[in-house]
Each structure stands twice: as structure tokens, then as C-alpha cells.
Design a binder for this molecule. Structure first.
Ligand code: NAD
Length: 240
């Protein structure tokens, strides 16, 4: 079976990665769910919704600013780097639920940020939007227009950026192989992307230390960490 899968991977022209918090766990960025996930300690409804933000913007910003600084000080790990390396051999797209920008910093050129970016900051009122890497010393930070700034992330109950989502659906529906890495597939609509790929007859691989509800639909489930599995997988795909 492994021979058939590795042949199909080597012959695939277009490979799409769907990634989640697990791929950045070994860069020192905690996941939400699973072992040591942040949601075991915090209530998402008090920190990651627009209602929570307007109720207590300082509290929500304190939580985000700490995560932002952790992310800005983190580095891409061999899992991110392996995906970027594969661009030398195949057409690659990365559909990520992550907001940390580590795929881009690893060198991936086709990254769709489904849930936005924690490094991009936007105004809650005017159209200011920019990447900001310096630390905010006063929280919540204010825009030049006088209103509160917020991270450009998609909170629970908010819609995904429509153009990004539409492109992601096209990528998923037209790939020959999909590699799903470090996501619990608990968040909708991102968890539909593997369904679109499967409908297109793509070969499906999962890299996750834990089982997910899509594991039984996979052609191969690698129960290993991203840092261990991805360089090996990429080595197999690129040696054709
Ligand atoms: P999740 O927290 O729901 O699930 C993480 C998954 O990764 C789990 O299934 C876990 O078993 C697996 N995992 C943990 N460590 C791993 C490793 N080293 N290698 C491989 N797999 C590993 O994450 P999700 O599915 O991405 O949840 C979605 C939400 O979490 C998104 O909205 C995303 O914005 C947000 N989030 C992003 C970051 C980030 O940008 N790095 C961090 C935390 C949460």
C-alpha cells in the first residue's frame, strides 16, 4: 500500500497542504485544542469573539499581545521549511488556519491565510490596515483616527475573508494530493477543504499525533509530529 501511495505522491502535479496550529507547536506556539491546548486554560468566548472584544478590549488585547510577541519571536521549524522546499519540485499551495505567518517566513510563496494574521492590525472604524511588528505598550492600541485597533484575525462568529476562502476552495477542489497537518478539523468551514479534495479524487494524507474525525477518510494517517513527518514525506515526494 505504501508503494502505491508514494508513487501517487511522486506523480502528483499539484499538492495542497491544509495546516493548523499543530504545525507551529514545535516552534513553541501553543495549539488551541489537544494536549496542552490553550482552550483548556481559557474560555474562547471571553477572548475570541467581537462581543468579548467590545466588552473588555484591554483584556482581549493583553491576551493577543502576549501571543503576538511569542509568535514574532518564534522561528519556522523543519515542518514549515520542508513544505517550502517542496516548491522546487511541485506546484504547492498552503491553506492555513494559522495566524502566525510562519509559512511565509519559511519561504512558501502561495499561502492562503483563512483566519487572517495576528501581525496585521486594522482599525475597528476607518480603513487603516498594516503589518505591525513592534510591541504595543499601551493596550488597547488606538488608531490615528482615535478608535480602537484590533488584530486582523477571524474571531468566532465572523466570516472568513471571502476572496481567500473562494481561492482556497478552488485549490482544494483541483489538487491531486492533499496533506492535512496539525489540525483538529474542528473549525468550520476550513474543515470542509479535505472533503472537497476527496471529492476530486485526491490522495489524502494526514499528519497528526492524534486521531481526527477525518482520519478514517485518509489514504494514510501518519501519527507523528510535523517536524518528524514532513521532512521525510517531502524527501520521498522529491526523489522521483
Ligand atoms: P487545534 O488547536 O484545534 O488542533 C491542533 C491539532 O494539532 C490537534 O489535532 C493536535 O493533535 C495536533 N498537533 C499538536 N501538536 C502537533 C505536532 N507537533 N505535529 C502535528 N500535529 C500536532 O488547531 P486548529 O485545527 O488549527 O484550530 C483552529 C484554530 O486555531 C484556528 O482558528 C487558528 O487560527 C487557531 N490557532 C492558530 C495558531 C497559530 O497560528 N499558530 C495557534 C493556536 C490556535
Amino acid at each position: 500500500m505504501w508503494n502505491t501511495i508514494s508513487d501517487k505522491l511522486r506523480n502528483a502535479e499539484k499538492i495542497v497542504f491544509v495546516t493548523g496550529a499543530g504545525i507551529s507547536q514545535e516552534s513553541g506556539i501553543p495549539t488551541f485544542r489537544g494536549k496542552d491546548g490553550l482552550w483548556r486554560k481559557y474560555d474562547p468566548m471571553k477572548l475570541a469573539t467581537i462581543d468579548a472584544f467590545y466588552e473588555d478590549p484591554k483584556l482581549v488585547w493583553e491576551w493577543y499581545e502576549e501571543r503576538r510577541q511569542n509568535i514574532l519571536n518564534a522561528s519556522p521549524n523543519p515542518g514549515h521549511l520542508a513544505i517550502a522546499e517542496l516548491e522546487k519540485y511541485k506546484s504547492i499551495s498552503v491553506l492555513t488556519q494559522n495566524i502566525d505567518g510562519l509559512h511565509q517566513r519559511a519561504g512558501s510563496s502561495s499561502v492562503y491565510e483563512l483566519h487572517g494574521s495576528i501581525i496585521t492590525i486594522k482599525c475597528t472604524v476607518c480603513d487603516f490596515k498594516n503589518k505591525i511588528t513592534s510591541e504595543f505598550l499601551q493596550l488597547p492600541p488606538l488608531c490615528k483616527c482615535g478608535n480602537i485597533l484590533r488584530p486582523d484575525v477571524v474571531w468566532f462568529g465572523e466570516a472568513l475573508p471571502q476572496d481567500v476562502w473562494e481561492s482556497a476552495m478552488v485549490q482544494a477542489s483541483t489538487c491531486d494530493a492533499m496533506i492535512v497537518v496539525g489540525t483538529s478539523l474542528a473549525v468550520s468551514p476550513a474543515n470542509l477543504l479535505p472533503v472537497y479534495a476527496k471529492q476530486n479524487g485526491a490522495i489524502m494524507i494526514e499528519v497528526n499525533m492524534e486521531q481526527t474525525h477525518m482520519s478514517s477518510s485518509m489514504d494514510l494517517s501518519l501519527r507523528a509530529s510535523a517536524v518528524k513527518a514532513l521532512p521525510e514525506l517531502v524527501g520521498i515526494i522529491s526523489h522521483s
